[in-house]
Each structure stands twice: as C-alpha cells, then as structure tokens.
Design a protein. Structure first.
Ligand code: SF4
Ligand code: SF4
Length: 163
C-alpha cells in the first residue's frame, strides 16, 4: 500500500529528468566545453599541442614561418590540459559551450590524421629551409670575412687580382 501511494504521488511530481533536446540541460560554472583560441594573443609556443593527450591540436607552418592552429572537437577529450599549459592567458580557453556531435567528416579517420601528419611535415620543411638559408648566409659571411682579411693584408681587393 505504501509503495502504491508513493507511485501515485510520483505521477503528480515534477519530473527530475530534462526533456533533452527540447530543454537545455543544466551547465555548471566549471563545465569544460569547447576549446576556444585567440590568435591575437597566441605566442605560437605550441605547448598546447605538446600536452594534448589525444592529439586534438596541431599547428601547421608555411614557408614564411607563419603558423596556423588546427583543433578537432571530435578528437578532444575536454580535459583542459592545453589551457593549463598555455603561458599566455586567454590565447586558448575552455568555453561552457557543449561540443556538438561530430560530423562524419570530422571523424579522426576522415582527414584529421592526414591533416595532423601534413602539419608536422610542413614544420619540418620550414625548419629545413631555415637551416639551409642559415648555412648559406654563414658561408657568404665567411667568404666576405676572408676577402676582407686578404684585402687588409695586401691593400688590394682580391677580386681585382682574380680578374
Ligand atoms: S581539452 Fe584536452 S584534449 Fe582537448 S584540446 Fe585541450 S588538451 Fe587536447
Ligand atoms: S600554448 Fe597558448 S600561446 Fe602557446 S601555442 Fe598554444 S595557445 Fe598559443
């Protein structure tokens, strides 16, 4: 009888569940939602990429050295490690916006792995080009110094002698 009355009582009580998706669910203040990024504050140190456990952040780089931030919401586990590791407040931040369901195109196997690999390769290319240019400059500086030394010794421009 007691159980029966309790059941009847529950029929007239306000439901404790939320009628999602018709009603918005309660979001606590410290909710870890979508990751935001402000390229105007970023110092491009890539710490966020380094600490990201699943590899949801990657930076690509063009041959001028300009970096571009890429984030995949379907790969992110919303741990907040990137935000904690960032030395520049506000450059990367956790919003209270729940992540929408990932589209098939955003799935890890549908392009993200390739984008990630290509981004790392773009940085290697840039680093190799930077190294090549530095070596070229060092060789040119060395030649100029040798020429100057010769000129100081003889008082004659070695290029004139060679000519
Ligand atoms: S919240 Fe975690 S998983 Fe998501 S991008 Fe930041 S470090 Fe990576
Ligand atoms: S850790 Fe912060 S400053 Fe460094 S690259 Fe990431 S967002 Fe930019």
């Amino acid at each position: 009888m007691k159980t029966f009355l309790k059941t009847i009582g529950n029929v007239f009580k306000k439901p404790v569940t939320t009628k999602y998706p018709f009603e918005k669910t309660f979001i606590p203040d410290d909710y870890r939602g979508l990751i935001g990024f402000d390229e105007n504050l970023c110092i491009w140190c890539r710490r966020c990429e380094m600490v990201c456990p699943p590899g949801a952040i990657v930076f690509s780089q063009d041959m001028e050295g300009k970096q571009t931030y890429h984030f995949n919401r379907a790969v992110c586990i919303y741990c907040g490690e990137c935000v904690r590791a960032c030395p520049k407040e506000g450059a990367i931040f956790q919003t209270a916006e729940p992540a929408p369901c990932a589209l098939k195109a955003e799935n890890i196997n549908n392009g993200w792995n390739k984008l990630y690999t290509d981004a790392l390769a773009s940085r290697e290319l840039y680093a190799a080009e930077k190294k090549r240019k530095a070596a070229e400059k060092a060789a040119a500086d060395k030649m100029a110094a040798a020429k100057k030394e010769e000129e100081n010794k003889t008082g004659i421009d070695p290029d004139i002698i060679a000519g």
